[in-house]
Design a protein around this ligand. Structure first.
Ligand code: ATP
Ligand code: MG
Length: 355
């Protein structure tokens, strides 16, 4: 069986370090592993419009931002197909048919949808399109016969929903769709990176992010003002590393070699954590170290982004060509689906045939 990756991001803002550790870094590794036959990376503008219907300009602007962030992180358009969701009408068409295979109660149970509805203040006014986005995500995944979906932990319920749709579709209409497997980050800290405000998830919509394109000065400002352990008031106080965003970021980004470079009093993160836990280590020292680590990780990405920013017509062409290629694949799957659902009336005069 062909090994196919599908993953993507909503163009609701520039990408942040949560995206990087939760999904982007992995995608680049998978892309360069040579183990995958096809890789599709989707800029999910139609999904972004489900909760930004009144801000189409925001979605449009961020298409280029997301594409630039991809290229800056090392997504290679010769190896990965980057495309724009709304330009592929088959994805909407598939969504419409999959809606028949899912109950309202089932979507209501989706924990990510539940928390996103709350976060957006949608409790009484949920747009139908937003409510249905897990179904549209199943269309995106299955349109490419994706076998692997590398994403952050918040996407687990979406993958479960997708698998259920695949099973239901195949059992009703015959084996047509491919069951995808989720691929979560190996590092626990990267599953759902918290925000700099200590909230459970760094998210474009919450504005609690460090962006991949952030200036060195802004990164420093944000890190130095980060939420830490509220019980660690004086330097001498024993501190907590569990649930402390500064240490979670270090878990996500730190490599041992950064200690010899930036904080040679410690050999590794365990030693630093032990000192913080027993007391006597100030937040400022830890934050300064974290700032050095993040600057070292993000610096090369920002530089590559600046180089791509000077080549916008090339980025446009990458998106145009990628979308054309992805469209061909999705159209092929759509005809398989139409055949399975017996709605292929005009293919070879099928409507006239008895079955
Ligand atoms: P929005 O607030 O518009 O939903 P977002 O920041 O949640 O934006 P998405 O475009 O929804 O970003 O998510 C894109 C991918 O990045 C998904 O695979 C998601 O799991 C992953 N991701 C997003 N935020 C984080 C995070 N804080 N930690 C780890 N992975 C994340
Ligand atoms: Mg999201």
């Amino acid at each position: 069986m062909k090994q196919i990756i599908l993953t993507g991001d909503r163009p609701t803002g520039k990408l942040h370090v949560g995206h990087y550790v939760g999904s982007l870094k992995r995608r680049v590794q998978l892309q360069n592993s040579g183990k995958y036959d096809e890789i599709y990376i989707m800029i999910a503008d139609a999904q972004a419009l489900t909760d930004n219907a009144e801000h189409p300009e925001k979605v449009r602007q961020n298409i280029m931002n997301v594409a630039l962030d991809y290229l800056a992180c090392g997504i290679d358009p010769d190896k990965s197909t980057i495309f724009i969701q709304s330009m592929i009408p088959e994805l909407t068409e598939l969504t419409f048919y999959y809606m028949n295979l899912v109950t309202v109660a089932r979507v209501q149970r989706n924990p990510t949808i539940k928390s996103e509805i709350q976060m957006r203040g949608f409790e009484k006014n949920i747009p139908v399109g937003f409510f249905c986005y897990p179904i549209s995500q199943a269309a995106d995944i299955t349109a490419f016969h994706a076998t692997t979906v590398p994403v952050g932990e918040d996407q687990m319920p979406m993958l479960e929903q997708c698998t259920e749709i695949v099973h239901k579709f195949n059992s009703v209409y015959g084996e047509t769709l491919t069951e995808p497997k989720i691929m979560l980050p190996d590092n626990k800290a990267c599953l759902r990176l918290p925000g700099i405000d200590g909230k459970a998830k760094m998210s474009k919509s919450l504005g609690n992010c460090i962006y991949l394109s952030e200036s060195p000065e802004n990164i420093k400002k944000k890190i130095m003002s980060m939420y830490t352990d509220p019980t660690h008031i004086r330097k001498e106080d024993p501190g907590h590393v569990e649930g402390n965003p500064v240490f979670i970021y270090l878990d996500a980004f730190c490599k041992d070699e950064y200690f010899s470079e930036f904080l040679p009093d410690y050999a590794n993160l365990d030693e630093l954590k032990a000192h913080y836990t027993r007391g006597g280590l100030g937040d400022v020292t830890v934050k300064k170290f974290l700032n050095n680590v993040i600057q070292a990780e993000i610096g090369p990405i920002r530089e590559r982004r600046e180089a791509w920013e000077k080549r916008l017509p090339d980025v446009y062409e990458i998106l145009r060509a990628g979308t054309e290629k992805a469209h061909e694949t999705a159209a092929k799957t759509m005809s398989e689906v139409r055949r399975a659902m017996k709605i292929d009336y005009f293919d070879e005069g099928n409507l006239l045939k008895q079955d």
